[in-house]
Design a protein around this ligand. Sequence first.
Ligand SMILES: [Zn+2]
Length: 281
Amino acid sequence: MKGFAMLGIGKTGWIEKERPKCGPLDAIVKPLALSPCTSDIHTVWEGALGERHDMILGHEGCGVVDEVGELVKDFKVGDRVMVAAITPDWSSLEAQGGYPMHSNGMLAGWKFSNFKDGVFGEYFHVNEADANLAFLPDSITPEEACMLSDMVPTGFHGVELADVQFGDTVLVNGIGPVGLMGVAGANLRGASRIICVGTRPACREAAKKYGATDFISYKEGPIDEQVMKLTNNQGVDKVIVAGGGVESFDAMIKSLKPGGKIGNVNYLGSGDFVTIPTQAV
Ligand SMILES: [Zn+2]
């Protein structure tokens, strides 16, 4: 089969590979629609995961089931399905402990275009199909379904990691697609105030629709100082990090109230360290 692959750091191209093999709990899926992700860009052009050779890219998509293993109960050939970017090993201790994305190792729940071939092929392999596939209803188009692979669940996961509660004041750093879903998720969880860091007018308009109440710009001075000004020097209860580089992490910590929490879903692909200030103020 054909696949669009990372040939090495800084190199992409079409390659030929064997059709993936289906284990007893697995499924083989034929894509209906796929979308590229900035993670693919980081992986190829920044070498953020390290060297990879002839690895098919992509982790966002939906498709039609082409084959199922003999132990798969809920899906059959011909089912339209959406596939999450993260496909954990659900029996691992990490998944049972509430961190499926780290099943069997740090970030090892993210398999597509990381530890195995991704979805940009004529077929792709899904481990533990009963747990890692979802039926795609006719009311959701394949293009829309692609947004449910990564953008929506990753933004919502940031909200879960930050443990956003009813009435919280929340800071969302970055209002690209994932940050916007962080705003939507914080709003669904009952945040009373959602302060967004971002400048692009189209993103600000979208953020308002999803529930943003205030905006600040990193171009107008330190983020934490602006947050303190907006909150009468109280800071925020929770922070969702969905953008910015390693250098902006300390401002997130300085923006928090005592006991506050940060949910990071940012790739942080370049730079080896984040800075944690010894004093919050
Ligand atoms: Zn993605």
